[in-house]
Structure formats: C-alpha cells, structure tokens
Design a protein around this ligand. Structure first.
Ligand SMILES: Nc1nc2c(ncn2[C@@H]2O[C@H](COP(=O)(O)OP(=O)(O)OP(=O)(O)O)[C@@H](O)[C@H]2O)c(=O)[nH]1
Ligand SMILES: [Mg+2]
Ligand SMILES: [Zn+2]
Length: 306
C-alpha cells in the first residue's frame, strides 16, 4: 500500500493512504537515505510503501520512494547530527515577526541560505500586522524592501485578525508548503486561520523572555480544502546552516550570485580581493549591508566547509 507521511513524532509516523485513512506506522529495518547522519530516516512529506500489521490497525513502513528534495536543520549547539525537517516541498514560508518574538535579519538570511541550498523557493510572511505601531510599520517596509530587492516575495498578514489571508491562499493552492520560523511567531495560528475546523494548539508568548514556548513539538502536514498541503513545524531557535561549502556560499545569495561573474578572480571570496564586484556593489550601496554581513558571518561559521 502506498502512503504519504503526514506526521512524525519520533518512533511513530502517521501515514495517509490512498484510501484517505491515516495509519500509525513504525519503520521496518534501516533506511539509508542520505550520506550524512540524520536523527530521523523518514520525514513528513515522504512517500512510502506500508504493510499492515496483523492487528490491521497499525503498519510498517517498508519502502521510501525517492525524494524530489528535502530540507535539513542542525541546531547550532547540538551534536553533529542533522534532522530532516520535511521532504518533497514546493516552497517554504518563513513566518517573521519584528517583536513578540523578534526575528533578526541574520536569522532570516540563514533560513534563506538553507532554502537556496536545497533549491526550495522561499517566501517571507510578516505576521502580527495588528500589533504594529507607525514606527513598526516603517521598519517593516525597510525589511520588506531588503528582501524584495534580493528577490524574495514578501507578504504581511495578521493571522489573528485574518488580514491579507487571501493572498496567502493563492500562494498555497496545489502546493506543498513548509511553514517555519521562531517559536511564537504564529505558525499554528496562521494554519488554523487557513484551515477552518482545524484546532491546532497555539501558545502564549512568555512575558519575561518575549519568546514563544515551543507549543508545536513535531512536524505535521495538513490538506488544504482548495488543494495543496501545509506543514506546521516546531519553532526554530537558532539555525545552523548545514553542510555548505564556503566556495558555494555566494551562489546562495541571489543578489550576490548575479554580481559574482564580474569579480576579477573566478575564485573570489568577496572578502578583500581587488576587483571584487560584490565589494564594489556594497560600496556603491547597491548591495544591502545586512545581507553582506550575513554572508560574512556564515562564511566564518564552523559549519561551512572549505
Ligand atoms: N496579535 C497577534 N497575535 C498573534 C498573531 N498570530 C499569532 N498570535 C499569537 O502568538 C502566540 C503564538 O502563536 P502560535 O501560533 O502558537 O505560534 P507558533 O509559531 O506556532 O509557535 P510554536 O508552535 O511554539 O513554534 C499566540 O498567543 C497567538 O495567539 C497575530 O497575527 N497577531
Ligand atoms: Mg505552533
Ligand atoms: Zn568578489
């Protein structure tokens, strides 16, 4: 029997079968899927074959169909292992809030680099529009202009007041979309607003830290009534970019990628080389300083190779 993994809690996987039934499954044997160590061999979004157990209630995952793509994360502090967040994605949304909790430009850039590395189109959704003061709205415009210039579509919504959600619905139709971001930015609230009848648990922001409380604890996929799927995920605290080569990094910033071919040296690192088109653009204010700062910061990360 074929199925789609829609939920992953660690040892159990929820698999949606062609007959629209969800069967709790375990894994049979070992799946060697990638040449890096991952904590989970199967992820939400995977297409699998399953066999029913004698009880006819639960099942075994016996085969993993090849993935179109996947996205991996590694926590900055934790082990050398990586976790597959989800597989077979058409796009990734990063939900961003400027306050309660604050999402930094550095965090946004790390997310975008990760999405570029795995070839997954990314879009930025600024949430909690209802909380913005006039000053906040100015900062929002500044942020949006940074990312639109870099080539990333930006949207602003209020999940609670259901403002501007029609634009989001248009983006989602018939696509598999990952919803990511810090804890407390409103990922589950947004999904609830888009899926009437779903009552995903949402959580308050902590008073003292202004951060979310990690209400969602595992990834789960939901079918949209108008076609497509949304994947809710646990909040990410920090994002360590995983398995990226320093030489490759420039290409993961679309605006730097466009400039690179004009650098004097083909192996320019864009740090202090003469005739560097990237440094030139920075000086002429054609490249956003915060984006370049993120480039340098990721370049100097221990996680990048080379
Ligand atoms: N004012 C306002 N509050 C919102 C909005 N969207 C979500 N919230 C609130 O923000 C808090 C966190 O929302 P959640 O949906 O649980 O956040 P999450 O991103 O799913 O968080 P984790 O599951 O912990 O990763 C809740 O108190 C929501 O009511 C919004 O548009 N405006
Ligand atoms: Mg949540
Ligand atoms: Zn250069």
């Amino acid at each position: 029997m074929k199925g789609l993994v829609i939920k992953s809690t660690g040892s159990w996987y929820g698999v949606l079968t062609d007959e629209d039934k969800t069967i709790n499954c375990r894994i049979k044997g070992k799946f060697r899927t990638l040449d890096i160590k991952t904590t989970n061999p199967i992820a939400v979004g995977d297409h699998v074959d399953i066999e029913l157990e004698p009880d006819q209630e639960t099942g075994l995952i016996t085969f993993l169909h090849p993935r179109k793509n996947y996205i991996i994360r590694k926590s900055i502090n934790l082990s050398k292992q990586a976790q597959i967040i989800a597989a077979n994605l058409d796009q990734a949304f990063l939900i961003v809030t400027l306050a309660s909790p604050r999402t930094s430009l550095g965090f946004i850039d790390r997310f975008l680099v990760t999405a570029e590395a795995y070839d997954i189109p990314a879009k930025l959704i600024f949430n909690k529009l209802d909380l913005f003061s006039d000053e906040g709205l100015e900062i929002l415009e500044e942020y949006q202009s940074i990312y639109e210039k870099a080539g990333y579509p930006c949207y602003s919504v209020s999940a609670i007041q259901e403002t501007n959600l029609d634009q989001i619905r248009d983006l989602l139709k018939d696509k598999v979309t990952l919803v990511s971001g810090h804890s407390g930015v409103g990922k589950s609230t947004l999904i609830n607003a888009l899926l009437p009848g779903k009552e995903l648990k949402t959580g308050e922001i902590s008073d003292w830290s202004d951060k979310g409380k990690h209400t969602t604890t595992f990834a789960e996929m939901f079918q949209l009534p108008f076609g497509g799927y949304l994947i809710d995920t646990p909040g990410i605290r920090e994002l360590g970019v995983f398995d990226i080569e320093k030489q490759e990094l420039g290409r993961l910033f679309p605006e730097i990628r466009k400039l690179m071919s004009n650098c004097r040296f083909h192996n320019c690192r864009h740090i202090n080389e003469p005739g560097c088109a990237v440094l030139n653009a920075l000086e002429n204010e054609e490249l956003e300083p915060s984006r370049y700062d993120s480039y340098l910061s990721i370049y100097n990360d221990n996680n990048t190779r080379g």
